[in-house]
Structure formats: structure tokens, C-alpha cells
Design a protein around this ligand. Structure first.
Ligand code: HEC
Length: 123
């Protein structure tokens, strides 16, 4: 019986580090606090635009934020794939942008996107 418990715990820990773990918005929230909050928030513009309602909106469409001409003119719409591409390499998705930051870890990107998806539109 002891042996069985050990084996069960072991398989759980493998699942925890599995490369294709389900998106985790809670973890994304922490990553956001660490890596994005210096420039962004859900409610107000900072160095970067506010993120409330970012999921599903067109890139460069917060009226009160001054975007780079490149982002403003782009026809990218923020969804799971475009957000992940943006975070992996903003300049590759929209050349001429001004967010000089990359998230190289695919799991981290997935969790960040899951978190962004939870941010409801501001009123
Ligand atoms: C050093 C400041 C800085 C950091 C850190 C930063 N950003 Fe940005 N972000 C910007 C700026 C500036 C823009 C606007 C880019 C432009 O207009 O070219 C932007 C734009 C964006 C956009 C497009 C928003 C829109 O309204 O079109 C998303 C999405 C985004 N950032 C997500 C993130 C996430 C997620 C992180 C953390 C992993 C992050 N950013 C970290 C500065 C930053």
C-alpha cells in the first residue's frame, strides 16, 4: 500500500511539469504581476495600454493610449494565437512596435494568455 502511494505521488509530480499542461490563469496572474505590471495594468494605461477587455479587441484600440504607428495601423485581433505570438516576439508579429519584451517559455505564454482572457472590459 505504501508503494502504491509513492507511485501515485510520483505520477502527479510529473503531470505538474508536463509540457502541455492546461492553461493556468492563476499562474498567469502571478507571471503578469512579475513581468508585465511594471508597464501594464487591467484598469489604467501606464507605459503600456490597459488590458481590460484585451481579449477579442483589435490591436492598438485603447483610445486613450498612444501606440506606435505600427500597432495602431495593424489589423491584428487579440486572441489565443495572436497574443501568444506577440508575447513570443512582438517585433516578428508587428514590425515597428515599441514593446521590447519577450516571453520565451511557451507554458508561461499560455498561462499569461489565460489570465488576459479573464480581464473583463472596463466600463
Ligand atoms: C517595458 C514595458 C512593457 C512591459 C514589461 C510589457 N509591455 Fe506590453 N506593451 C508595452 C507597450 C509600450 C505597448 C504598446 C506597443 C506599441 O504601441 O507598439 C504594449 C502592448 C501590449 C499589448 C497590445 C495591447 C493593445 O491594446 O493592442 C499586449 C497584449 C501586451 N502589451 C501584453 C503584455 C504582457 C502580457 C506583458 C508581460 C509578459 C507585457 N505586455 C509586458 C510595454 C510593455
Amino acid at each position: 500500500m505504501r508503494l502504491f502511494h509513492f507511485a501515485f505521488a510520483f505520477s502527479l509530480s510529473i503531470a505538474g511539469s508536463w509540457a502541455f499542461a492546461a492553461p493556468n490563469a492563476e499562474n498567469g496572474k502571478q507571471l503578469y504581476a512579475q513581468h508585465c505590471a511594471a508597464c501594464h495594468s487591467a484598469e489604467y494605461n501606464g507605459i503600456g495600454p490597459l488590458h481590460a477587455g484585451v481579449f477579442g479587441r483589435k490591436a492598438g484600440s485603447v483610445p486613450s493610449f498612444t501606440y506606435s504607428p505600427a500597432v495602431k495601423a495593424s489589423s491584428v485581433v487579440w486572441g489565443t494565437d495572436t497574443l501568444s505570438q506577440w508575447l513570443a516576439d512582438p517585433e516578428a508579429l508587428i514590425p515597428g512596435q515599441k514593446m521590447w519584451m519577450k516571453v520565451e517559455d511557451a507554458n508561461a505564454r499560455q498561462d499569461l494568455v489565460a489570465y488576459l482572457k479573464t480581464l473583463a472590459k472596463s466600463k
